[in-house]
Design a protein around this ligand. Sequence first.
Ligand code: SAM
Ligand code: SF4
Length: 339
Amino acid sequence: MTIPTVTPSMIDPFGRHVTYLRVSVTDRCDFRCVYCMSEHMTFLPKADLLTLEELDRLCSAFVAQGVKKLRITGGEPLVRKNIMWLFRSLGRHLGTGALDELTLTTNGSQLGKLAAELRDCGLRRVNVSIDTLDPAKFKAITRWGDLGVVMEGLDAAEKAGLAIKINAVALKGVNEDEIEELIRFAHGRGFDLTLIETMPMGDIEGDRTDQYLPLSVVRARLLDRFTLEDIPYRTGGPARYVRVAETGGRLGFITPMTHNFCESCNRVRLTCTGTLYMCLGQDDAADLRSVLRASPHDDAALYAAIEAAIARKPKGHDFVIDRRTRRPAIARHMSVTGG
Ligand code: SAM
Ligand code: SF4
């Protein structure tokens, strides 16, 4: 394993090296997944958003401070106007070797149009979120999505030579009977598959305790059908992987609720308004937009603000799905900080 080289400012009080920045470039989306958003969302006024140039400057400051992996997410990142300019610009850090990886989490709706250009900007892997292979269920989960369009996006990404990981949120009573099919589909096409537990983030006009399905249960059920071998494979994210002996493919589990993965956390998250969250499951944040705008030509204050924020990175999250109040543990939606 290679030890990342980072400046001291990117080491938190618990000795964890922060080498991974996730950036939500928009809170908007062309889907309305039931576990992520309510149908009638109020989005941020455009004036509050960082411009693409400001996002580029902020991301580049993190890269200069030791971030080696950048994930662009959202909302749906590919619906932001002119977003390819940002990918192209950030791709320069791959060329210099300052950045190891530039990647993307997407719902796949725009990949048909953009996959080849993304590859051209230096992307090598994408995460595509697909919770079900049933078109009617897909429509029910995403409210506005079309599985056929997403499948065309997958084809385009594959054709462009991008490695693909499918993300699926495990939803009680919705796709729990389809996990085997998702595994066979993903592995049959040479894709990794990662299962995610629902996290209590943001009001969704529904009851989350109805949706929550512990992955420990899913895993136990899979053992009736498959042989799961723990493997040390890591992508820099929180997933723990197994190899499915019967398919030869990799299956990841992201278990914020049943297993605390904070001890190895190397990530911070930036919103499209320039707010830095040091933990997905805590409210403490740093406003980098005002620092950025106060000194348009000098990054020294920005570096100091990043350093001060990393020094406040909490030890971990404490997500709970509160069965008494049925309120989310974290008020902001996942689309604010990105998945
Ligand atoms: N729109 C893109 C997409 O869907 O991939 C990127 C943003 S989305 C917020 C990132 C990931 O977070 C998706 O895989 C989505 O399924 C997941 N997600 C959204 N809300 C979640 C929640 N409350 N709990 C767990 N995962 C969630
Ligand atoms: Fe949009 Fe992704 Fe949230 Fe679904 S999970 S509503 S695609 S941001």
